[in-house]
Design a protein around this ligand. Structure first.
Ligand code: NI
Length: 259
């Protein structure tokens, strides 16, 4: 293994699938050179778990937020809880938040997702924190909301699945794109071409573990150690050494999340 360090900027060791295995998974990540990782929350319960993990392990950070698949009208109690957690050790983002029109087909519920998204963007602005955004088959509305309601907020479009034009718009907003296992898949479609053309200075590598394991681990339970396969694929596509990808994407994570 080459000498380079990586950051898995989006993972879910707070997921039940990792229950009671967190310490070994973190140890395996560190052995693989993944010296830092950020667990993102989807619900209040998983956000709390992410905060606990960040307090318990060096190099482990947390995002707190409510995912669009967990739809309900957010209230003051949610805001107060999320804000309180952001004062804890190594809590660096509001996330993951956003829109998911793949799983949600009902128009009223999609409208509720949009309200939740805007609500948490407002919270991030008040707390001076970056955001991690989930956008699945909702590119138009996600970008419209970011342009209108995202002023003063930086962030990443995690597990990027948009067009090159969308990536350019994000670049102009000062945002990052996150790439994961799907970059390594045979059916990756336009993503490799986007990664080839998009500046490395705005790319983050992530696993989204326990899902989306990259080739050659595809089909297994994903974990932060596997982010190296994503970084290696970025290096291969761009025709540059993986060490350079590791250094720049780590710098990017430091820049965005202040880690
Ligand atoms: Ni995720």
């Amino acid at each position: 293994m080459g000498k380079f360090a990586l950051v898995d900027t989006h993972t879910h060791l707070n997921d039940d699938k990792f229950s009671r295995q967190e310490a070994e998974v973190i140890a395996r990540a560190q052995e693989a050179g993944v010296t830092r990782l950020i667990n993102m929350g989807d619900t209040l319960a998983s956000s709390e778990k992410a905060v606990e993990l960040a307090a318990s392990y060096d190099g482990v950070y947390a995002g707190v937020g409510i995912h669009p698949e967990e739809i309900y009208e957010l209230g003051t109690a949610d805001d107060e809880q999320l804000a309180a957690w952001t004062k804890c050790t190594r809590v660096v983002a509001i996330g993951e938040i956003g829109l998911d029109y793949y799983w949600e087909k009902d128009e009223e519920k999609r409208a509720l997702q949009r309200r939740m998204f805007i609500h948490q963007l407002d919270l991030a602005r008040q707390l001076h924190l970056p955001v991690c955004v989930h956008d699945r088959e909702a590119h138009g509305d996600t970008m419209a909301i970011l342009k209108k309601e995202g002023r003063g907020i930086s962030g990443v479009m995690h597990c990027f699945s948009g067009s090159y034009e969308m990536a350019q718009e994000l670049y102009q907003l000062g945002w990052y794109i996150g790439v994961d296992g799907p970059l390594t898949y045979k059916n990756a479609a336009k993503l490799p071409e986007i990664v080839a053309r998009f500046p490395l200075e705005r790319i983050l590598v992530e696993t989204d573990a326990p899902y989306l394991a990259p080739v050659p681990m595809r089909g297994k339970q994903n974990e932060p150690a596997f982010v190296r396969y994503v970084a290696e694929k970025v290096a291969e596509i761009k025709g540059i050494p993986v060490e350079k990808v590791a250094k720049q994407t780590s710098n990017n994570a430091e820049e965005l999340y202040g880690i």
